[in-house]
Design a protein around this ligand. Structure first.
Ligand SMILES: Cc1cc2nc3c(=O)[nH]c(=O)nc-3n(C[C@H](O)[C@H](O)[C@H](O)COP(=O)(O)O)c2cc1C
Length: 469
């Protein structure tokens, strides 16, 4: 006899959902309390917010993915919520002409009001802001009322971020201050800098040198523009924090940054400066021949001599070529993994038949914390992949110049996940692509490109005799 399907009433399911939510609230309470007890209120609170923001961003990203898969626009109405909505008692109201959602019953808040310091629980509510921001940074989620602040109910509004706030992104360099590093996508006090992860702090140093000095200073040196009074103070503040933390500042990126800081200081003092940097000089014909040989003759090689080792020094040269590739805002987010072990190479999926254990694999990854710190994840997130692509091209060119055969291989999500698991990569390291390098077993019929005329969409021709600018 067929087993009778068991059903439960709506009231019973609601009861169970509420129990689960109250338990989740309790888990939050104990995690949050432990952080505050262990690290003190300030640091503990920062860690709570960090975790809440990361969790919210995770959900927001997921929802964004789902909306995209369904072909939906990233408007708040299309935010794909997977919460058991029946547990929240809500109504939509209009306040001052703005649509708001009033929440009369929140099982999480009920639990917290019973157990916890409302102030500590209140940090959790920022999860919605993080969700919306990750879903679409053009919107923000605001609690206009909150029971944890003593209001009789919670009330929220989803607002479009003011246009002029986002437009200021074009003005990254115009907001120097002596005490804070401050621009439209970030604001860090001295105290923040003293605690910031060193990788991010160092990247922020280069980015601030770039945006507040490098991009501004050349018209000043040419006498076309006057300096801004506080030129260079933001990266100086970062360097001071770096040194105060006892971190070493003698690598070449610091040397580069310090040259700009020195120039900025001299300009602030009113000095007139000329610099001796050489301008690019056209290559001689034989040098151009080498460049042509490299660029035109490089080709993808997909078969390698099995078992023929590539010396470490060659791999070093190849990686070094990747290292010097251009990077967006000089943030240097690219990271490499070199896989030589034939067993480990097997985890890599590729569309070519040659086994991956016959080559060395160079995985090009990026550190996504850095864009988050600089706020560039909201300004130009796509640059992260461009950085990896630029490094990949340098790598393939250098491999070719060394007589090796390389091919850029498309990475799949599964391979990226295998790398993450195998090498215990932290969440912030994203594998973007990989390149297989080996000793060529056979040459490739060099691919040929379509004519340039097919590629050029518009090309303005030189107008002889007419002066520019
Ligand atoms: C983004 C990108 C992804 C690629 N993925 C693969 C791949 O998965 N498998 C492969 O055999 N070649 C791959 N290639 C190499 C291209 O097939 C190759 O560059 C193209 O056919 C032109 O040939 P050439 O490199 O010999 O000039 C990729 C190249 C790029 C730029």
């Amino acid at each position: 006899m067929a087993k009778k399907e068991e059903t439960i009433s709506k009231e019973e399911s609601l009861h169970h959902i509420k129990l689960a939510l109250r338990r989740a609230a309790l888990i939050y309470h104990y995690f949050a309390k432990t952080l505050v007890d262990e690290f003190g209120e300030k640091r503990g609170t920062e860690l709570i917010r960090k975790a809440v923001d990361a969790y919210g961003a995770h959900i927001g990203q997921e929802s964004k993915q789902k909306a995209k898969e369904r072909g939906l626009e990233l408007t708040p109405d299309n935010f794909v919520s997977d919460l058991p909505d029946m547990a929240w008692k809500t109504e939509t109201v209009k306040v001052d002409g703005e649509a708001r959602v009033r929440i009369h019953l929140c099982p999480l808040a009920e639990e917290w009001l019973d157990w916890s310091e409302p102030k500590m629980a209140r940090h959790y509510c920022f999860v919605d802001q993080a969700k919306i921001q990750a879903f679409n940074p053009d919107y923000e989620y605001v609690h206009t009322k909150n029971v944890l602040d003593g209001d009789p109910y919670c009330e929220v509004a989803v607002r479009q971020v003011e246009k002029d706030k986002t437009d200021k992104s074009k003005d990254l360099s115009k907001q120097d201050s002596e005490e804070i590093v401050d621009w439209v996508y970030g604001k860090y006090t001295r105290e923040d800098l003293m605690k910031m992860d060193p990788v991010c702090l160092r990247a922020l140093f280069r980015e601030r040198i770039h945006h507040t000095i490098e991009v501004d200073i050349y018209p000043v040196l040419l006498g076309k523009k006057k300096i801004r009074g506080k030129l260079g103070l933001q990266p100086q503040l970062i360097l001071d924090a770096w040194k105060n933390r006892g971190l070493p500042d003698d690598d070449t990126d610091f040397e580069w940054g310090k040259r700009y800081l020195e120039l900025a200081e001299r300009l602030r003092d009113g000095e007139e400066i000329t610099i001796e940097e050489p301008t690019p000089v056209a290559f001689k014909e034989h040098e151009l021949e080498t460049v042509r040989k490299l660029i035109w003759e490089r080709c993808s090689i997909r078969d390698w001599i099995p078992g023929k080792e590539i010396p470490d020094e060659m791999i070093e040269k190849i990686l070094d070529a990747g290292r010097v590739a251009p990077t967006g805002c000089n943030l240097e987010i690219v990271r490499f993994i070199v896989i030589r072990d034939p067993e480990e190479a097997k985890m890599v999926w590729s569309d070519i038949p040659t086994p991956m254990d016959q080559c060395v694999l160079i995985v090009v990854c990026y550190d996504k914390r850095i864009y988050e710190t600089a706020g560039h994840d909201r300004l130009a997130a796509h640059n992260q992949l461009f950085d990896c692509a630029a490094a990949a091209d340098h790598i393939c060119l250098m491999a070719h110049a060394l007589g090796l055969g390389a091919v850029w291989l498309t990475s799949t999500e599964k391979t990226a996940q295998s790398f993450k698991k195998k090498y215990c990569l932290p969440d912030h390291i994203e594998p973007a692509l990989h390149i297989a390098v080996g000793w060529p077993a056979i040459g490739t019929i060099k691919s040929a490109r379509m004519p340039l005329s097919e590629m050029v969409i518009k090309r303005q021709k030189e107008k002889r005799g007419q002066k520019r600018g």
